[in-house]
Design a protein around this ligand. Structure first.
Ligand code: ATP
Ligand code: MG
Length: 250
């Protein structure tokens, strides 16, 4: 992988071809069995999309990967290192950037302050408070809005800010939960182009939950979830109409 985007490119990873490996994961909310023996992997430098209808467990899986939920069984590893027992904060420092469903930018901080919060996740503890130009190449709209309050941005702009903030932490793996939910179509196209560009120009790996077929097709591979289990997977170039109709709300 040629890295052309030094300021936000991740540090080199351990010698494994797999960025994220999830094995035999079972997760409960109380006595409700939500995730059922889930196996999933994200190869280094690839974009993987998790699809499935409402309420099947997609967000639950991402929260478990982030350490916000504790699995009853199973293991999670990042670039060959087990993170199953690590706190959410450690996982962020080890290189997972997470953009939760609903974004969660801070409305009463400016765009610039929101972006600088992303530095917290950096392992190299940089003192440099500059925002790399690559962030504005990916999301040009943010440049003219640095001193605006986060809460004054449109939904699409807030989503771009949330992704940009995650990139400020120099992640090795970017985890995005429905980044286009409730966003107007023209902005969806901008966001999906930016995510694809992140994968191609930085080598960052991406795990994405998404419902828009056009965006799903930007991914290299997909996993389809039903009732908390993975029921289909493969290359997105081979996504059949049957899979699309069963697992996407199109
Ligand atoms: N905090 C919680 N306590 C109990 N059950 C929950 C909780 N959060 C989610 N659930 C249940 O777990 C199941 C999976 O929810 P999850 O949010 O993971 O689904 P999802 O696939 O992300 O759905 P969506 O497409 O609507 O975002 C659902 O049945 C949901 O009702
Ligand atoms: Mg969800």
């Amino acid at each position: 992988m040629v890295s052309t985007n030094q300021a936000i490119a991740p540090e080199p990873s351990a010698p494994t071809q797999i960025m994220l490996q999830v094995s035999d994961l079972n997760v409960y909310y109380g006595e409700s069995h939500i995730l059922r023996t889930v196996d999933l992997s994200v190869p280094i430098g690839q974009m993987v999309c998790l699809i499935g209808r409402n309420g099947v467990g997609k967000t639950t899986l991402l929260k478990t990967i982030m350490g916000l939920l504790k699995p009853r069984t199973g293991t999670i590893s990042l670039a060959g290192e087990s993170i199953t027992e690590k706190s959410p904060d450690r996982r962020a420092k080890l290189g997972i950037g997470y953009v939760p469903q609903g974004r969660e930018i801070i409305p009463r901080l400016t765009v610039k302050e929101n972006l600088l919060l992303g530095l917290e996740a950096r392992r190299d503890r940089t003192r440099n408070q500059e925002i790399p130009e690559e962030i504005f190449t990916l999301f040009p709209v943010l440049k003219s809005m640095l001193s605006r309050m986060g809460g004054d941005l449109s939904g699409g702009q807030q989503q771009q800010l949330a992704i940009a903030r995650a990139l400020m932490g120099k992640p090795r793996l970017l985890v995005l939960d429905e980044p286009t939910e409730g966003i107007q179509p023209s902005i969806i196209l901008e966001i999906e182009a930016a995510v694809r560009r992140i994968v191609e120009s930085t080598g960052i790996s991406v795990l994405l939950v998404e419902q828009h077929l056009h965006f799903v097709r930007q991914a290299d591979r997909y996993y389809a979830m039903q009732k908390g289990g993975i029921v289909a997977s493969g290359a997105t170039s081979e996504l059949s109409n049957e899979v699309i109709q069963r697992f996407l709300a199109v």
